[in-house]
Design a protein around this ligand. Structure first.
Ligand SMILES: NC(=O)c1ccc[n+]([C@@H]2O[C@H](COP(=O)([O-])OP(=O)(O)OC[C@H]3O[C@@H](n4cnc5c(N)ncnc54)[C@H](O)[C@@H]3O)[C@@H](O)[C@H]2O)c1
Ligand SMILES: O=C(O)C[C@H](O)C(=O)O
Length: 328
């Protein structure tokens, strides 16, 4: 059997952590033949709750799970890590200004990026889930100068999956029939879900839906789905977020299916006019363990406007964290 892959999950005692850890331990990221060792990172007051989750993991007797360790020290938690899910973040609370939120998260993702830089394995892959995910990924990458920026990604896969489901409901198709949807930009209400290149059972999706439905229902429904879940559940999405995190890391490690792309938040190389370095939702394929942005797509006027709107939103966040000293 292969050597265990070391997987670190931050915010391990939280809601997403509880939905995520069991799936990693059952082999859903690295595959059915690859053992894993889990490192759980939490803040000190949540260590006892993390211990409870670890006890339950133990009780599942997963054949692939070769160990669980719990930490409140990032350097120890990222020692030798091959895959990191950065889930724990400071949520926005009543009366908190945006700058306060970015500052609090900079205080989490900066030190975690540095701990990854100093301790993780050379093949480290990082998925930032904690919000604001794109800018938190930017902050973590900036604190890790020895790790390629391409190894720090942000979760746009939940938005991608939500877009598939909304289109599927509209046209009466199952998720399995829908390919090559994309959600450009930021994991926020600014995002631009786009069916321009999508197919439904091989037919162009744009021939099956009208522009009015796309602009007045599809785009806002997908973009505001996170808020709708909070309104309905009284808590933010957890199982669907964990599912999307598994999808992202599995596809990154094991590759995307031939001829299909997915949405991933990756550092821009300037494609589609997105300023270099911004962590931005792009159509991506993965081959040989690296995300690659799908190039050369024809961009309509509506898509251009959506891409530009997200550039402005993410540039504004980058300027704010630059001012706070988290990013050069
Ligand atoms: N990108 C996405 O698509 C997406 C989707 C859903 C939720 N989210 C975000 O994911 C984050 C986690 O959501 P949740 O429902 O699990 O929240 P939660 O409050 O249930 O759990 C968060 C956990 O993080 C821990 N934590 C806080 N600071 C930490 C630190 N410095 N180091 C380690 N752990 C720390 C907390 O103790 C807590 O246990 C939130 O920011 C949420 O907005 C993102
Ligand atoms: O936690 C949130 O604010 C919402 C979450 O990012 C989601 O999209 O479900």
């Amino acid at each position: 059997m292969a050597e265990p892959r070391i997987v670190t999950v931050t915010g391990a005692a939280g809601n997403i952590g509880y939905a995520l850890l069991f799936r990693i331990a059952s082999g859903q990221v690295f595959g059915p033949d690859v053992p894993v060792k889990l490192n759980l990172l939490e803040i000190t007051p949540a260590l006892k709750a993390a211990e409870g989750t670890a006890m339950e993991l133990d009780d599942c007797a997963f054949p692939l799970l070769k160990g669980i360790d719990i930490y409140d020290d990032a350097n120890a938690a990222f020692a030798g890590t091959n895959a990191a899910f950065l889930v724990g973040a400071r949520p926005r609370t009543a009366g908190m200004e945006r700058a306060d939120l970015l500052s609090a998260n900079g205080g989490i993702f900066g030190p975690q990026g540095k701990a990854i830089n100093d301790n993780a394995a050379d093949d480290i892959r990082v998925l930032v889930v904690g919000n604001p995910a794109n800018t938190n990924a930017l902050i973590a990458a900036a604190a890790a100068p020895d790790v390629p920026a391409s190894r720090f990604t942000a979760m746009m896969r939940l938005d991608h999956n939500r877009a598939i489901s909304q289109l599927g409901h509209k046209v009466g198709a199952s998720a399995a029939d829908i390919e090559n949807i994309v959600v450009w930009g930021n994991h926020s209400a600014d995002q631009y879900p786009d069916v321009s290149y999508a197919t439904v059972a091989g037919k162009p999706a744009k021939d099956l839906v009208d522009a009015e439905w796309l602009s007045s229902y599809f785009v806002p429904t997908v973009a505001k789905r996170g808020a709708a879940i909070i309104e309905a559940r009284g808590a933010s999405s957890a199982a669907s977020a964990a599912g999307a995190a598994i999808d992202h890391m599995r596809d990154w490690v094991q590759g995307t299916p031939e001829g299909q792309w997915v949405t991933a938040g990756v550092a821009s190389d300037g494609s589609y006019g997105v300023p270099e370095g911004l962590v931005y939702g792009f159509p991506c394929t993965s081959n040989g363990g690296e995300w690659e942005i799908v190039k050369g797509l024809e961009i309509s006027e509506a898509t251009r406007a959506g891409i530009d709107h997200n550039i402005a939103a993410l540039e504004e966040e980058r300027a704010a964290v630059r001012e706070l000293g988290f990013v050069k």
